[in-house]
Design a protein around this ligand. Structure first.
Ligand code: FES
Ligand SMILES: [Fe+2]
Length: 421
């Protein structure tokens, strides 16, 4: 249980809040490059700030406050220029540093006018890695964007999924420190949903958790589990899914590893990214992908229908089941009334890590996973060896795990297979 003040300290993410300050120390994904292929601007909500991501005519990306500093028209309607973006209201133009570079009427009246030199707008740094666009809203100098393995590995076919989840980021992260929910939400409830959908033939025997454990490791927390019939000698106990501090989960299997990244848009909404790699052992044939061609998809957010019944067809897969568990806790779950048990020990460890990181920045130290220097090499993270009795082969596995149901890579594979038969 937390006090009201502790809950607010860990959940509020706006400028000037403790957690907002901590999360501003990290690069956060804000778009898939493929989203920007057919567009020039994209509205971004990040850590309580309304921004616009744009690409100018020379291919440079910029991340600016959405409102033009003149009289506040949104630059989401801005027009890309050779260098920067032009506000369509009165034509003021800005570059990616936030500097105003043109004020047409000011110079029409006085060709020597230098007012533009004094005008700037809020600008943030942008970086690109693994087909994703990242933004950094913290103090300068920005740290290194960590080259986590999935962003830089060779021979992988990738895809990027997205959803706006209408709840606070922390209850989503706490779900990642809660292995026991897998057996209930993703197996027991899943079976119930399949019966509702008239698909009882796909029922799965729940994998009972006999023991769960957590280890602090170099980049965060490793979770471990012993399932019924396993012992501590089994590989799954030694290596479970890592939670990469502060807001990544590496899930999936060795064949199909994935990041699930939870980026607070504001206190009550979270941008959810699924970043999945199909390796050569996944059953997917390798095809080279340009970063801007990595397919992007969205996953639906479950809601009740007009009569108060669930849409069962959105709840037959892990992402639907997880999201409904998170959002029905409330926009910001009330941790002054929670009742934690033995299954929640990982959540307590994670909250402790957050508190340590908050103390780090208060003391002027870089928190965990803020990396600096020029020689940060690819960072390999562990992954659970053979999750929950599945084969790890993405093609033959049932499509009810994670967001596999919506996967463009698997859909393409199925289409090609059908055409070849
Ligand atoms: S509001 Fe943008 S130029 Fe006037
Ligand atoms: Fe889950």
């Amino acid at each position: 249980m937390l006090s009201k003040e502790q809950n607010e300290r860990l959940t509020r993410v706006g400028p000037g809040t403790p957690m907002g300050d901590l999360l501003r120390r990290y690069w956060h994904p804000i778009a898939a490059l493929s989203q920007m292929k057919e567009r020039d601007t994209l509205p971004i909500k990040l850590l309580g700030e309304e921004l616009v991501l744009y690409r100018d005519l020379s291919g440079t990306y910029g991340l600016l406050e959405a409102k033009c500093p003149h009289r506040f028209m949104s630059l989401v309607y801005g027009i890309p220029e050779k260098c920067g973006i032009r506000c369509p209201y009165h034509g003021w133009a800005f570059d990616e540093t936030g500097q105003c570079v043109d004020q047409p009427y000011e110079t029409a009246e006085d060709p020597d006018a230098r007012f533009k030199d004094k005008v700037t707008t809020q600008a943030y740094e942008v970086a690109i890695l693994g087909g994703m666009v990242f933004g950094y809203l913290g103090p300068k100098p920005a740290p290194v964007l960590p080259p986590w393995d999935l962003f830089v590995m060779d021979d992988a076919v990738r895809e990027v999924g997205f959803a706006v989840v209408p709840c606070n980021w922390l209850q989503i992260m706490e779900n990642s420190l809660d292995p026991v929910h897998v057996e209930w939400l993703h197996q027991y409830m899943r079976n119930y949903v399949l019966r509702k959908l008239g698909k009882p033939e796909k029922q799965r025997e729940p994998s009972r958790h006999e023991k769960i454990g957590f280890d602090v490791f170099e980049y965060g927390l490793l979770k471990r589990r012993i399932l019924e019939g396993q012992t501590e000698a089994d590989e799954d106990w030694a290596t479970g899914h890592p939670v990469v501090f502060p807001n990544y989960l590496k899930s999936g299997s060795v064949a199909t590893p994935a990041f699930q990244i939870r980026v607070p848009m504001d206190d009550e909404n979270t941008a959810y990214w699924w970043y999945r790699c199909y390796t050569p052992t996944s059953g997917i044939t390798y095809e080279e992908q340009a970063p801007e061609d990595i397919p992007y998809f969205t996953a639906p957010v479950p809601q009740l229908d007009g009569s108060g019944l669930p849409h069962w067809d959105i709840l037959d897969n892990n992402s639907g089941q997880d999201i409904v568990a998170w959002i029905t806790q409330g926009a910001i779950t009330d941790r002054t009334r929670e009742t934690l048990g033995r299954s929640d020990k990982g959540i307590l460890m994670y909250r402790k890590m957050l508190e340590e990181a908050l103390r780090d920045i208060e003391a002027g130290r870089d928190p965990l996973n803020v990396m600096r220097g020029t020689n940060v090499a690819r960072i390999d993270l562990p992954v659970e060896a053979n999750k929950l009795k599945s084969s790890g082969n993405a093609v033959t596995n049932e499509r009810t795990g994670n967001t596999a149901k919506y996967s463009p890579v698997l859909k393409k594979h199925d289409k090609q297979t059908a055409a070849a038969e």
